[in-house]
Design a protein around this ligand. Sequence first.
Ligand SMILES: NC(=O)c1ccc[n+]([C@@H]2O[C@H](COP(=O)([O-])OP(=O)(O)OC[C@H]3O[C@@H](n4cnc5c(N)ncnc54)[C@H](O)[C@@H]3O)[C@@H](O)[C@H]2O)c1
Length: 291
Amino acid sequence: MKNFKNQVAAITGAASGMGRTLAVELARRGCHLALSDVNELELAKTAELAGRHGVRVTLTRLDVSDRAAVFAWADQVVQDHGKVNLIFNNAGVALSVNAEHVKQSDFEWIMGINFWGVVYGTQAFLPHLKASGDGHIINTSSLFGLMAVPTQGTYNASKFAVRGYTEALRMELELEGAPVSATCVHPGGIATNIAMAGKIDPSLEKLTGVNAETQKRRANKLINVTTAESAALQILTAVEKNARRVLVGPDARMLDKMVRLLGSWYQPLVMRQLKRMNAKSRQRDNSTARA
Ligand SMILES: NC(=O)c1ccc[n+]([C@@H]2O[C@H](COP(=O)([O-])OP(=O)(O)OC[C@H]3O[C@@H](n4cnc5c(N)ncnc54)[C@H](O)[C@@H]3O)[C@@H](O)[C@H]2O)c1
């Protein structure tokens, strides 16, 4: 897709973070928007920001893990806008828990949003994107769809799955000669609300002796590498170039190289780094407690 002017983009998870900055940047470039999220209050704020650029914006309260609702939304978008060219399957959530202790309901919750949400969005929009004659599917995986990290097994599973699904999809569309393409997005740390909104399983508090709020604050610090505004620009450039995948941020680009260079031997390095970081955090917490 060379240009977003007068195109129609649908975005899931548009109430916050990269969903919001993608919406605003697309609006700035003259792209009409169909925005959805479970958080209606914040979604309305995104619509207000995007609407300032004079494009048509429609809003839907949508839980992406609800297959029938995603299909109904796709049909509604075409009814409202006459066509749809882009679907950003962006909505996502975070969960920290060790593989041994994860509750089945939590595992299903994260897969329902991060993986099945992407699949439903792809399936529901694909016929409409084909009908538009110029379509693009943008599925959000993660740096954690390229490398695994302890406590992130469920998130890793969802994001590795998005990657495999999207890479296969891209090749299928090319083999078919379809007027639709697909890009897989692998953000590194992006300063958004994802860490603070995430779930920490209570077993992890027991295991580490660190309460959930502190764990969230630490994770929130770690993702403060790239702004959500810069991430949106990098993602849209990748769509314009029809890239197969986009590594968002210097950390994603560096760690992707490390994993490709080392194969599975990246794992001891991850563990060493984690131990170092945990020791530092403990030291910091102790000195704050003494002060
Ligand atoms: N921020 C990062 O460091 C980072 C890194 C890698 C990948 N990602 C991925 O980027 C995507 C965007 O996340 P973000 O960082 O902007 O986070 P964010 O928390 O700021 O935004 C995520 C949005 O998804 C919405 N959402 C949650 N559950 C939903 C559901 N069931 N249905 C519809 N919407 C729902 C939330 O309400 C929120 O508005 C996610 O897929 C995330 O996994 C983020």
